[in-house]
Design a protein around this ligand. Structure first.
Ligand SMILES: *[C@@H]1O[C@H](CO)[C@@H](O)[C@H](O)[C@H]1NC(C)=O
Ligand SMILES: *[C@@H]1O[C@H](CO)[C@@H](O)[C@H](O)[C@H]1NC(C)=O
Ligand SMILES: *[C@@H]1O[C@H](CO)[C@@H](O)[C@H](O)[C@H]1NC(C)=O
Ligand SMILES: *[C@@H]1O[C@H](CO)[C@@H](O)[C@H](O)[C@H]1NC(C)=O
Ligand SMILES: *[C@@H]1O[C@H](CO)[C@@H](O)[C@H](O)[C@H]1NC(C)=O
Ligand SMILES: *[C@@H]1O[C@H](CO)[C@@H](O)[C@H](O)[C@H]1NC(C)=O
Ligand SMILES: *[C@@H]1O[C@H](CO)[C@@H](O)[C@H](O)[C@H]1NC(C)=O
Length: 322
């Protein structure tokens, strides 16, 4: 038996041994400064939690920043939902962010919690409000499963797709949001597409968004080579790629499959799909539910004959200050 074909009991055991990683929220806690119970700082967080979820979900860009209180207890907050989230998903996600920030980063003045559909940042530092100031404070997450396709061809396709999606978000979207899909059927018939998403704070100028995404996509070769999925989540920008569709709605751009046996040396020209509707299966994953194992929602018939499909678990690999 090939080493990557784990017996199913072992796969299940592994899944249960990884509960914190299987969770679909990822905190990044500050290290400089704590508040105390019943302090003005805590009251200011409560005040923000009462209005920011609604403000973010009511905003056309699903984005809100705010400050509540007075020095030295002023709290700055930021909330951004993924552009394909609806208002109720957005508001619920941001509310959860306030609860989890206080639970997962107890008494830390600075805390960011990332989810599939949104993230919420709290800080005593005003740079949080600026689209360019402060740290991006990124978390690197990867799907722990290796691709079965040739790694070189896969990495080249992911690099080209994520680059094109990032360029779309920075330059072709007033909401600083892009999604894309790349054909991969010439290399791997069982997993015929790769999907990606890139997003910046919608108040970022295109060059700032572009350079923010360039900084975090630069980690792809080091951390994501041969991995079925990965993401880097930062306060100002983020991206994600997977071998299954994980966003709602049609992909905003499409890349052709690489020609057989020849991984592309550079990004093929992206095709904006305004004129040609494409419909990847919408994924209505709720926060907390794992993505479909093996890309089940792609309608991929071959998935069913794989001997074992490990649950797809994203693990935090590293936290980097960018
Ligand atoms: C904040 O609290 C944590 C434990 O809750 C402690 O480890 C840390 O040293 C404190 N930081 C400051 C700046 O007081
Ligand atoms: C939410 O929006 C309202 C109306 O624009 C504003 O008065 C309030 O300060 C905002 N709250 C936050 C926390 O941004
Ligand atoms: C706020 O954050 C910026 C950027 O990380 C840092 O240079 C500055 O010293 C911080 N200010 C305070 C008051 O902590
Ligand atoms: C993926 O590949 C790496 C390097 O070859 C290996 O260390 C790791 O155990 C593999 N992971 C899985 C889940 O098979
Ligand atoms: C992606 O863009 C970076 C520059 O931002 C470049 O160095 C890299 O070669 C590109 N990768 C692909 C596969 O096009
Ligand atoms: C942006 O849109 C233009 C016009 O539709 C297109 O030519 C260009 O390739 C697009 N760029 C990206 C990065 O999608
Ligand atoms: C919002 O999206 C969620 C998850 O994608 C879905 O379950 C829900 O029905 C949607 N709600 C509305 C009002 O469209």
């Amino acid at each position: 038996m090939a080493s990557h074909h784990l017996p199913s009991y072992l796969a299940l055991l592994l899944a249960f041994l990884l509960p914190p990683l299987a969770a679909s929220q990822w905190p990044s806690c500050g290290k400089n400064g704590n508040y105390t119970t019943n302090s003005a700082y805590q009251a200011n967080i409560q005040a923000l939690s009462a209005t920011l979820p609604n403000n973010a979900s009511a905003s056309p860009t699903l984005f809100a920043v705010a400050a509540v209180g007075t020095r030295p207890d002023i709290v700055y907050a930021l909330a951004l939902c993924r552009d394909d989230a609806n208002a109720s998903t957005c508001g619920d996600c941001v509310s959860q962010g306030f609860t989890d920030a206080q639970k997962l980063c107890p008494y830390s003045k600075a805390a960011t919690v990332y989810y599939d559909h949104c993230y919420v940042g709290l800080s005593s530092n005003q740079t949080l409000l600026s689209p360019t100031g402060g740290d991006n404070g990124a978390l690197i997450l990867t799907n722990q499963q290796n691709v079965t396709a040739p790694v070189r061809a896969f990495d080249a396709a992911v690099g080209a797709l994520v680059n094109a999606t990032a360029a779309y978000a920075a330059d072709n979207s007033s909401r600083r949001f892009g999604t894309g899909e790349a054909g991969f059927e010439t290399v791997d018939k069982a997993k015929p597409k790769i999907y990606s998403l890139a997003q910046c704070r919608p108040d970022m100028a295109p060059p700032d968004c572009r350079s923010c995404l360039a900084d975090i996509t630069a980690y792809i070769p080091k951390y994501m080579s041969g991995k079925q999925g990965g993401r880097i989540l930062g306060l100002r920008c983020n991206y994600r790629y997977e071998q299954y569709p994980f966003y709602s709605g049609p992909s905003l751009l499409q890349l052709p499959a690489p020609s057989i046996g020849a991984p592309p040396s550079q990004a093929p020209a992206p095709t904006p799909v305004n004129a040609t509707p494409v419909s990847p299966t919408p994924v209505n994953a709720t926060p907390g539910s794992p993505p479909p194992p093996g890309g089940g929602s792609t309608g991929n018939g071959a998935a069913g004959i794989l001997p074992i499909t490990l649950p797809i678990v994203a693990a935090i690999l590293a936290s980097v200050v960018i």
